[in-house]
Structure formats: C-alpha cells, structure tokens
Design a protein around this ligand. Structure first.
Ligand code: UDP
Ligand code: MG
Length: 318
C-alpha cells in the first residue's frame, strides 16, 4: 500500500462537456489556485489540472490541447463520445490514480468555490483519505431545485443508502482510496453514493456554490431525475421490498374484504355473483404483488452479485 505523502501530488479532475465559454475563464482560476497551494508547500510542484473532455462537440478539446501545450501543469484526456458527467469523472480519477497522491474532482463552470480546495488538502494532511465538499447553503438554487434535491437526499438516507447531505461531486479522494475503488466494477455510476461504501477516514468541508459563470447547465430536469433514479436503484433494493409490503397489505385488506362480502352475501343484500367476483379480484391482486415482490428480492440479490463489489477493503496493515 502506498505511503501517505507529506507534500502530496494533487490532480484536479475537471469534467467538461461543451464548455468553450467557461473553460478560458476557469482554467486560469484553477491554475492560480494550484500555484498558490504549491507555493505554500501544501501540494507538490508536480501537481496538475486534468481536464476530461466528455465528447464535446464544440471547441472544448481545442482549448484543452492549447492549454496543455502552453503549460505542463495542464493535461487532458478525451472520451470517444459523450458518456455523462459521472463516467467522465471516473475516467479522470482512474487516469490520475497511479500518478497522483490525491485528486480533487470539481465542475469546470466555476460554480464550486475553488478556494475550498485548500481546506480539503489541509484535511488530507490531517489524516483524512476522503474529503467531501458540502454546500453551506442552497441560496442560489431555485425553490424547486432545492426542494427536489433535499427530498432526494432524505429518501436515499431513509432507504438505507449512505449519502452525504448536500454533497455533489466536489471531493478530495486519495490514491489509496482510488486503488480500492477500482475494484467496484459496476457500470451504473453514482459516485457520491459509492465513495462512502469504500470507507476509510473521511470528513466534510463546507463551501459556497455560486451561479454558473457562463454557458448553460447540462443537467435539465430529465437528466436530474435519471441520476436520482440511478442513485436509488444502484444503492438500495428497498423499492422491491416496498412491493412485497404492498402485496402483504393488499392481501390483508382483501381478506377483510372476503369476510365482509361473505357476511353481505348471507344477509342477502348483495347482487348475485358480486361477492365471488370481488373476492377473487382482491385475492389475486394481493397474491400477485407478493409474488412479484419475492421475485424482485431474488432479482435484487442477482443485481448485487452481478455488480461484484469487493467484499472487504483493508485500510491498514502492521
Ligand atoms: N458534464 C460532463 N458530461 C455531461 C454533462 C456535464 O462532463 O454529459 C460536466 C460539465 O461540463 C460540468 C459538470 O459536468 O463541468 C456539471 O455539469 P453542469 O454544470 O451542466 O450541471 P449543473 O451544475 O447545472 O448541475
Ligand atoms: Mg454546473
């Protein structure tokens, strides 16, 4: 296992998708931040900013190649096609894994407060292996975004997935954690929910999130919902259990219904045929839901097996 570096090599991982408007502005800000941390001896002079072009169709890649040609502290990789933010971040992290001691992933649109990096590095130097950037407030969000995002975090927590409240994908991760993370082979990525599964000593650093500097968001409502759904289904098999519960509930209800219709029948108040029909409908409905739920439980187990996540991760050895 790698030793902890006292002056770590930092790779800042920046996913970019059609970002030609912001990149010229924020690349300078990233560099200034890196320079100031290197000057104060917090990170090594070998540290770099690694852009991951997520199959952009505009001038993003040209900007990245120009930056890298002018300054050795910039580097870039390019995905063969657009695969989405989570996959772009993963590509960057895996690229940096063997070259860096620590990585910080951050969006390229200047929304995340760049100066929080220094606090993150301090926390690493104080012993943490993962440092989650947590938004101190959601003032800049619309009411709708704030409400949906917070309900989502609550729901995930409730369903047994370990997520850090108000943490997106601004985080410091050490290469030791990335080594263990490389054993998570799943294709459906929800990084913010997966890193807590890896374990190791972690902490949070709070930061302000601003408006986008330029360009527009690539996360419209539909994509946000898809990410949320991915998050829930990758981290929890609770929805399946809810079907089972519902089935048991409907079965109980239909049992009461059966009793009621039978009484009704003997009191002679019902139309001929009604009692038997209602009984059958209720009963079959309940049985079907319970059966679906049981099938779902097995499928849920298959799902977990197929992901082949590591069964243990050792963080220390004598
Ligand atoms: N991004 C990406 N691939 C995509 C969509 C977005 O790499 O398919 C990047 C984007 O360039 C940005 C980050 O992911 O650096 C966050 O995207 P965005 O700012 O559009 O989302 P928002 O902040 O509005 O949620
Ligand atoms: Mg953004």
């Amino acid at each position: 296992m790698k030793e902890r570096a006292s002056v770590p090599v930092l790779y800042i991982i920046v996913p970019c998708y059609n970002e030609q408007e912001v990149l010229p502005i924020t690349s300078g800000q990233f560099l200034a931040q890196l320079q100031s941390m290197a000057a104060s001896g917090k990170v090594s002079a070998q540290s770099k900013i690694l852009f991951v072009d997520d199959g952009s169709r505009d001038g993003t890649w040209d900007i990245i190649t120009r930056l890298a040609a002018d300054d050795a502290r910039f580097a870039g990789i390019r995905q063969s096609r657009n695969r989405g933010h989570q996959n772009a971040v993963l590509a960057g992290l895996m690229e940096a894994k063997d070259r860096a001691d620590i990585t910080i992933s951050i969006d390229c649109d200047g929304q995340d407060d760049i100066s929080a990096m220094e606090k993150m590095v301090d926390e690493y130097r104080a012993g943490s292996e993962i440092v989650y950037g947590v938004r101190s407030s959601r003032r800049t969000d619309t009411f709708f975004k704030r409400f949906t995002a917070q309900s989502f975090y609550r729901l995930l927590r409730h369903w047994g997935a370990e997520v850090v409240f108000n943490h997106a994908d601004y985080r410091l991760v050490s290469s030791r954690v990335l080594e263990a993370f490389a054993d998570f082979h799943e294709v459906n990525l929800f990084l913010r929910g997966m890193f807590p599964l890896v374990g190791f000593k972690s902490t949070c650093v709070s930061y302000e999130r601003h408006e986008r500097i330029a360009g527009k968001s690539h996360y419209p409502l539909a994509k946000m919902l898809a990410l949320a759904f991915d998050g829930i289904t990758s981290l929890s098999v609770k929805p399946v259990r809810i079907i089972t519960m519902l089935g048991i509930f409907v079965s109980l209800l239909s049992f009461a219904g059966v009793v009621w219709t039978v009484i009704d029948y003997f009191l002679g108040e019902s139309v001929i045929g009604w009692a038997s029909t209602v009984c059958i409908v209720c009963f079959i409905g309940g049985v079907q839901l319970v059966s679906l739920g049981i099938l779902g439980e097995y499928i849920g187990k298959i799902y977990l097996e197929v992901k082949a996540r590591p069964r243990y991760i050792i963080s220390e050895r004598t």
